[in-house]
Design a protein around this ligand. Structure first.
Ligand SMILES: [Zn+2]
Length: 145
């Protein structure tokens, strides 16, 4: 169901040099930003399962979602992104997945879904860079609106 791992498994990764999400937070790796506040960042998954498939993670490195101290605030950030996504893309519904085995930095998958898509996690897809940029900009515009 899940694609082969794209990043090396780094169970012990705990600094920005060997964690892709820490590098993105530090501005050292590119990303398609869809959400940002003081503590959390949201980006498009570069291996999307649906158009607009996003990841929300804490700016500070934690291994698992349940390790994040301000857990309630974390889900509030996800909710804000969800509301922006619904305005920007009008999905039929939005689903969340917390898996965490491919990148060892806590992250919540946010998937805007279409009517009739009842798969637990849809198959991986690919969208052109321009389309990714356009989707990210549309969503982020609603976040800051
Ligand atoms: Zn990290």
């Amino acid at each position: 169901m899940f694609a082969p791992k794209k990043y090396p498994l780094q169970e012990t990764a705990n600094n920005m040099d060997n964690c892709i999400f820490c590098r993105i937070v530090a501005g050292r790796s590119p990303s398609y930003k869809v959400y940002e506040d003081d503590n959390f960042l949201g980006i498009l998954d570069i291996y999307p399962r649906v158009k607009g498939h996003s990841l929300v993670f804490p700016k500070k490195h934690y291994r698992w979602v349940y390790d994040v101290p301000n857990f309630g605030k974390y889900w509030e950030a996800v909710l804000k992104l969800t509301k922006a996504m619904r305005k920007a893309m009008s999905p039929s519904f939005v689903t969340y997945v917390t898996h965490g085995l491919q990148v060892p930095h806590a992250h919540i998958h946010v998937l805007p879904r279409t009517e009739g898509d009842t798969s637990f996690v849809p198959e991986a897809k690919s969208f052109p860079k321009e389309e990714m940029t356009e989707i990210a900009e549309k969503i982020y515009k609603e976040v800051i609106a």
